[in-house]
Design a protein around this ligand. Sequence first.
Ligand code: 5GP
Ligand code: MN
Length: 319
Amino acid sequence: MYAQIAKRIEESKRIAILSHVMPDGDNIGSSLALYNALLEMGKSAEFILDDTVPKVYTFLKGAEAVNKPDVSDDFDLAIALDCGDEERLGSAREYLKNKAVIVIDHHISNKGFGDINLIEVKASSTGELIYNLLTEMRVHLNKTISECIYTAMVTDTGQFQYSNTTERTLRIAAELVANGVSPSELFGKIYQSQPKSKILLIKKALESLEFFEGDTISCISLTYNQLQEIGAAPSETESIINYARDIEGVEVAAFLKETEDGRIRVSLRSKSKVDVSKLAVSFGGGGHMRASGCTISESLDAAKKLMLEAIIKEMHGGE
Ligand code: 5GP
Ligand code: MN
């Protein structure tokens, strides 16, 4: 599969790299790793994203060159990264049309919307799959490419602590450190340089913290008005859900966020028993067993009620 992808890339003249809206560290890191590597190989490539790069990832090389989906479509290959389905590309999904499509992802809910689909659900991150690909292609992993891959891995593994962290993940991370990555420098940039507005959002979100089913389910929410009042970017809610999850006895955490169009974005997390990807898929979303998301077209209260009922049902074995 890697050899097949390498061949396709070598045969292509102009490559579009696409990833999902509401970008996270794996999305940005894996896409920029591939983007920088393609440029090093002398290829013509663009990273096209229907969203803005969260501030904490703007230090990565190539972040300044990310395009909105308004560049002319003269590509002969599109590579979609870290994206469970076409819808998640937002309007960048237009670039899938009339060309070869390669999908590289690690989401269990990904059905494979490409001509070539590299979906490895055991991989810690899409960044890890890009590491495999670039190694197969014998691309030299310089410091800047290594920083992109490290960022993808460290963010998707909860700083190398979630169950998707394997011996291989840590061996790759060690190699990236050998290539010049400084874990403490990146920790400073990614985790210790939060915009003040993000911390104010956390403060506001925690006021809404509620518990259900004998404190095994926790739930937090934010209205669009609250986001507006604080002046925070929608992407700044990334990881707020961890506060609800990381509580003794909590198995499932839900975070509901009202968006500008009035729909409700739901993030779900679980610790060890409940498969939250199943729950998200049942609402038209997707993700992983321990982290998933979906969008519900209801009011905040109605969405919360629907989601809680579904979580409780799933906790009791789907009955
Ligand atoms: P988050 O809660 O951080 O937005 O997302 C958790 C995980 O679920 C991520 O891996 C993300 O890509 C995936 N995910 C979130 N929302 C959706 C969605 O609406 N559709 C799909 N397919 N995956 C989602
Ligand atoms: Mn990912």
